[in-house]
Design a protein around this ligand. Structure first.
Ligand SMILES: [Zn+2]
Length: 431
């Protein structure tokens, strides 16, 4: 079932669950609301464990102010109401004290949303609301005034974040995307200067590279059905493990010599379903569906590398920190990292859109993983699980490297040991 068809109670519980599981709220912090067609506001309750919220706990505030439900509404109802009054176009509000965003709010800085192409498109410009006492009318006024200036994402000084959207999912995507930018920026700051995308660099992202000619897809092989299920499971797993955010990240898998399946563009990764995936056959897309923007890139890789059966591009905060920094991602940490990742080249930003063949040529059995500058980590494999394993190992290795800086210096495995490792694991030589 499509998310927006769910009752507001169920939407609020599902999104609070995602926020809690992703470590963006504590059991007591954060609140969410949806404005209904009749101007009732459905809102999360005060004083209920956010980790165990059920639809029965949600409170409905009627337009006359009557509260219906077993608990008191969130103490932050005044600011939710103030935003809805000032911004009649918004239908949902999300508020949380996500730690990475709190760091920015107490340093009184706005996170950089130009580190990857999608973030600025999702979040827009980020507003800033001066501090006021929680639950006060003054706080409501400070936040609502900033939303009234046209911002859909507002950093609350010494407090956290509030986002609005045309739907709850929309507001959640803004929170999650900004939180990703904040987490990644915090990680990358330890490596040195950060590279940001200019407006000109963001332009190729808007070109519709994904509008391939269409074909009518009428017969589904068992292999294709099996792969649809496996791709959906791996996308959900990546989102749950914070290896992929709901607004970015692509998984594709080869069906046969001429065709592959790929995730669609603009779809919530956390709720993607098997029928959403797009079959690409001989450079054409299944009619009525729009594949990810990187479809031409995946097509070029499958054509060049017959042994590659899965490609994943993902934004995981630690690995992506290396994609927005000048510092090299040195995989000579532990044998497992080097064996699975090998040395990781960095592909200049823009190449993924304009010269997919060049990216395909950078891959080989000795180079199964790439970093795409200011975009993502790309892993490949002979199976979906092998590509996913590489993504997990890339994220863990990057995290270990970044944390090492707190205790000392990374001592890489030496050249001779690397040569022995290649022999022991029968690894392909550099080409
Ligand atoms: Zn708060």
């Amino acid at each position: 079932m499509r998310f927006h068809m769910l009752h507001p109670r169920d939407q609020l519980v599902a999104i609070m669950d995602r926020i809690y599981r992703n470590g963006m709220t504590t059991l007591s912090g954060g609140n969410l609301s949806i404005r209904d067609d009749d101007d009732s506001i459905w809102i999360t309750p005060a004083g209920v464990d956010k980790g165990k919220l059920t639809p029965k706990d949600i409170i409905c505030i009627r337009p006359d102010g009557t509260a219906i439900g077993p608990h008191r509404p969130s103490s932050e109802l005044p600011f939710h109401r103030a935003i809805f009054t000032r911004r009649p176009d918004l239908r949902a509000i999300v508020h949380a004290h996500a730690p990475a965003l709190v760091s920015f709010s107490i340093a009184r800085q706005i996170p950089n949303t130009s580190i990857i192409p999608q973030a600025q498109r999702v979040c827009g410009l980020v507003g800033y609301a001066p501090y006021a006492v929680p639950a006060s009318e003054a706080l409501g006024e400070s936040i609502a005034n900033t939303f009234a200036d046209g911002y859909n994402v507002v950093l609350l000084e010494n407090h956290g974040i509030a986002t609005g959207g045309l739907s709850l999912l929309d507001a959640y995507h803004r929170l999650e995307t900004l939180d990703f930018c904040a987490r990644t920026q915090l990680k990358a700051m330890g490596l040195g200067a950060i590279s940001s995308l200019t407006e000109t660099q963001l332009l190729p992202f808007d070109v519709q590279y994904n509008l391939l000619p269409e074909f009518r897809h009428e017969s589904f092989s068992s292999r294709e059905r099996e792969l649809r299920q496996e791709i959906v499971e791996i996308v959900h797993r990546a989102v749950e493990r914070y290896l992929m955010i709901s607004t970015e990240g692509v998984v594709s898998a080869r069906v046969d010599a001429d065709s592959f399946l790929i995730t669609p563009t603009g779809c919530d990764r956390g709720s993607v379903e098997i029928e959403d995936l797009v079959l690409i056959r001989e450079g054409r897309r299944e009619s009525g569906k729009v594949p990810s923007r990187s479809v031409r890139l995946h097509n070029a890789i499958y054509r060049t590398h017959p042994g590659t059966n899965c490609i994943i591009t993902a934004q995981s905060p630690n690995a992506t920190a290396y994609a927005i920094s000048e510092t090299r991602f040195d995989t000579r940490t532990i044998p497992e990292s080097y064996v699975l990742l090998r040395d990781i080249p960095v592909i200049p930003y823009g190449t993924q859109f304009r010269e997919p063949e060049r990216v395909a040529a950078a891959l080989s059995p000795a180079t199964p993983v790439l970093l795409i500058q200011n975009d993502a980590v790309m892993t490949t494999g002979s199976t979906i699980l092998k590509a996913f394993d590489r993504l997990e190992v890339a994220e863990f290795s990057a995290k270990a490297l970044l944390d090492t800086a707190m205790i000392g210096r990374h001592v890489p495995i030496g050249d001779e040991d690397i040569a022995d490792l290649k022999k022991a694991f029968n690894l392909a030589e550099e080409d």
